[in-house]
Design a binder for this molecule. Structure first.
Ligand SMILES: [Zn+2]
Length: 380
C-alpha cells in the first residue's frame, strides 16, 4: 500500500471570514450572516483540498473558534462562551514571539460541551466527494480548564475528569457517526508539558504522564478496529507563524507518547534540525501492537509556519530517509501542524491569511506528490 497522506486539520480562515468573526463579536452581523461566511469558507477549503489529490479532506476548521475551544465558545472573542466558564483561565501556551493564548476557567459543574465536532463533520460530508477527517481536542488540554490549585465549589476534580472523559468520548463517537472516516486528537500540550516556563505554572508540574493516562482513559473505551482510525497529533505549537515548545528536547515526549493507544500519530518533524533523529525515535518507540493496533507514524514533511513551499522531491527524500527507521507499512506523510489552529490568525510571515491559504494548498499538493514518489521509489 502506498504511503498514506493526511492533513492535521486547520487552514487559515479567509480574511473575509476573520472580518465576519470580528463583526459578529461587535454585534454588527447576526449568526446567520456569520454562518453564510463559514459555509463559503468550508466549501472553498474542501474543494481546494480535494484538488490537491489528497484522498481524505477536511473543512479546515473554518467553523471552529480554535482547535481547543470549539466545544466551549463560538468565537475567540468570547461570543457564546458557555455559562459556567469565565474567560480568565490558564495560559495554554505562551509563544516564542511573546503572544499568548488563554483557556477559559471552569467556575462550576457539571462540565459539558456546547458544540461537538460532529456538527462540523455533518456539514463537511455534505460538501465533500472524498472521505472526511475531523480533528478533536484532547481531554488532556481541557483538563486545564480546572484550576491547578484548589477545588471548584461543589465539583471535585475527579468528577470533572470523569465528565470530561465522557464528553471527549462522545465527541469522537459522534464525529464517526456523522460520517468522519478518521478522527485525530490534537495533543499540542504534550511537548509543552516539559517546558518549565515560570510564566505558565502548569508547564512546570511534570504533567506529561497524567496527560497520557487521561488520553488512554478515553482511548481504552474504543476497540482496536476503532482505534486504527483514531490518531493523535503532536507539535511544538503553530500560531501567528510562531511556536511554543520547539526547544524542549523531543525525546522527552517521543519516548512516552506512543504509550497512548492511538492507531496513528501526526508528528511534527519538518521544522526539526535533526529530522533523522526524530525518525529514529519514532521507529524505536512506536509500537507494532498497541493493544491490538499497529501505530502508524505520519511524519511531518511540511512546515505550515514557513511560506516557502517544499518540493515533492524534498518530501520524497524525507520519507525515504524515514523508511530506514520506521517500517513502511507504518509510515505516513503529514504536515507539522494545522495551518491555522486559531480562527483569528494574520499569518504574519506569509503577509496575509488569503495568501497563506494559497500556500497551504500548494504545500499539501507537494506532500501528496512527494508521498507518491517515495512509495514508487520504495517499491510499495
Ligand atoms: Zn499542531
Amino acid at each position: 500500500m502506498a504511503i498514506p497522506a493526511e492533513n492535521v486539520g486547520s487552514l487559515p480562515r479567509p480574511m473575509r471570514l476573520q472580518e465576519a468573526y470580528a463583526a459578529y463579536d461587535a454585534g454588527e452581523i447576526d449568526r446567520e450572516q456569520l454562518v453564510a461566511e463559514q459555509d463559503a469558507a468550508c466549501h472553498d477549503s474542501i474543494e481546494r483540498m480535494e484538488a490537491t489529490g489528497q484522498r481524505i479532506v477536511s473543512d479546515g476548521e473554518q467553523r471552529a473558534s480554535s482547535f481547543a475551544t470549539y466545544p466551549l465558545t463560538e468565537t475567540l472573542g468570547g461570543t457564546g462562551l458557555a455559562d459556567n466558564l469565565a474567560p480568565d483561565g490558564q495560559f495554554f501556551a505562551i509563544f516564542d514571539d511573546g503572544h499568548h493564548r488563554q483557556l477559559p476557567r471552569l467556575k462550576s459543574g457539571p462540565f459539558r460541551y456546547r458544540t461537538y465536532a460532529a456538527e462540523f463533520v455533518e456539514q463537511a460530508v455534505a460538501m465533500a466527494t472524498k472521505p472526511v477527517k475531523q480533528a478533536v481536542i484532547a481531554p488532556s488540554m481541557l483538563m486545564l480548564l480546572y484550576p491547578l490549585e484548589g477545588e471548584v465549589p461543589g465539583y471535585p476534580r475527579e468528577q470533572f475528569l470523569s465528565d470530561l472523559c465522557d464528553e471527549t468520548e462522545k465527541d469522537i463517537r459522534q464525529a464517526f457517526a456523522a460520517g468522519a472516516s478518521r478522527v485525530s486528537i490534537d495533543f499540542t500540550e504534550g511537548r509543552l508539558a516539559n517546558k518549565n516556563d515560570a510564566r505558565n505554572p502548569w508547564t512546570g508540574r511534570d504533567m506529561l504522564q497524567e496527560f497520557i493516562d487521561l488520553n488512554n482513559r478515553v482511548l481504552d473505551r474504543f476497540t482496536a478496529d476503532e482505534r486504527a482510525d483514531i490518531g493523535l497529533h503532536t507539535c511544538p505549537g503553530g500560531d501567528l507563524d510562531s511556536v511554543h515548545s520547539a526547544e524542549v528536547p523531543y525525546e522527552l515526549l517521543l519516548s512516552k507518547m506512543f504509550q497512548i493507544n492511538a492507531g496513528y500519530f501526526l508528528i511534527q518533524c519538518a521544522s526539526e534540525r535533526d529530522r533523522e533523529k526524530v525518525y529514529e525515535l519514532c521507529g524505536k518507540y512506536s509500537r507494532a501492537d498497541a493493544n491490538g493496533v499497529g501505530q502508524v507514524c505520519f511524519m511531518g514533511v511540511i512546515d505550515p509556519l514557513n511560506p516557502t513551499v517544499e518540493t515533492p522531491e524534498q518530501v520524497r527524500d524525507e520519507l525515504t530517509t524515514a523508511a530506514r527507521h520506521i517500517p513502511v507499512e507504518r509510515l505516513g506523510a503529514t504536515d507539522d501542524c494545522g495551518f491555522s489552529p486559531f480562527s483569528i490568525d494574520e499569518k504574519p510571515k506569509h503577509g496575509s491569511p488569503d495568501f497563506a491559504r494559497d500556500i497551504a494548498f500548494a504545500k499539501i499538493a507537494a506532500r501528496v506528490e512527494g508521498a507518491a514518489m517515495a512509495s514508487q521509489q520504495l517499491g510499495i
